[in-house]
Design a protein around this ligand. Structure first.
Ligand SMILES: [Zn+2]
Length: 97
């Protein structure tokens, strides 16, 4: 993964953070084998480095999902409603891999 690709993912996270009014404390881009992203309650967002090779729509799905967890820890009704507002059609995508 190139430095540019890594930066592109970080830029996308920054853009989404502004849109969703959240402030991740740390953003990590690293190899992940089972998921495309994760979020901790202490505000650490981790993204799979090969997410850079997926299309923009899938990137947005993963990034929006993880950033929304900074506001809502579980996948409740409000979480799903916000996902639908921001990433229409997200239900056909899968965070597992
Ligand atoms: Zn989740």
């Amino acid at each position: 993964m190139s430095k540019d690709q890594r930066q592109q993912l970080r830029d996308r996270v920054a853009w989404w953070a502004g849109k969703l009014h959240v402030a991740p404390r740390i953003i990590r881009v690293q190899r992940m084998t089972r998921k495309w992203g994760s979020c901790t309650s202490s505000g650490i967002i981790t993204l799979a480095d090969d997410l850079a090779r997926r299309d923009r729509r899938f990137q947005d799905f993963v990034i929006a999902h993880e950033l929304l967890h900074l506001r809502l820890p579980t996948h409740g009704r409000l979480f799903k409603a916000l996902m639908t507002v921001h990433v229409p059609g997200w239900r056909s995508l899968d965070l597992q891999r």
